[in-house]
Design a protein. Structure first.
Length: 118
């Protein structure tokens, strides 16, 4: 049942993204930033945690989950370091994901040759 809940949660998040791409003039980059920001805001308001408990990885893996991880990292760092944690918590909590994105982007850039769309 845990897999079904994760699948449904991530599926709804992705379906909303696809509707935004198809029905609005929002670019994928703006949707990405909006999702991460929404994840931070919902976590700050205490609304995202119940979704994480219900949907598991379906809620923590998509972009909203990245915002959730950043907000949780800030909460923990502020509790430990005080005000300085506002600046360091989000990055330290998501450092693994950021490092993986940089490494895999570099590998992709080395393997594939870029070219103009036109």
């Amino acid at each position: 049942m845990e897999y079904v809940r994760a699948f449904l949660t991530a599926g709804v998040i992705c379906a909303v993204s696809q509707v935004l791409i198809d029905r609005t003039k929002l670019t994928p980059g703006r949707i990405l930033v909006s999702y991460v920001t929404l994840g931070v805001v919902l976590t700050g308001l205490g609304l995202y945690e119940p979704l994480v408990k219900w949907g598991g990885a379906g809620a923590t893996v998509p972009l909203l989950g990245f915002g959730y991880a950043m907000a949780e990292g800030v909460k923990e760092a502020v509790a430990q370091q005080g005000f300085l944690g506002v600046f360091t918590g989000g990055l330290s909590a998501t450092a693994g994901g950021i490092a993986a994105a940089v490494v895999f982007s570099f590998i992709g850039a080395m393997i594939f040759k870029s070219r103009d769309k036109g």
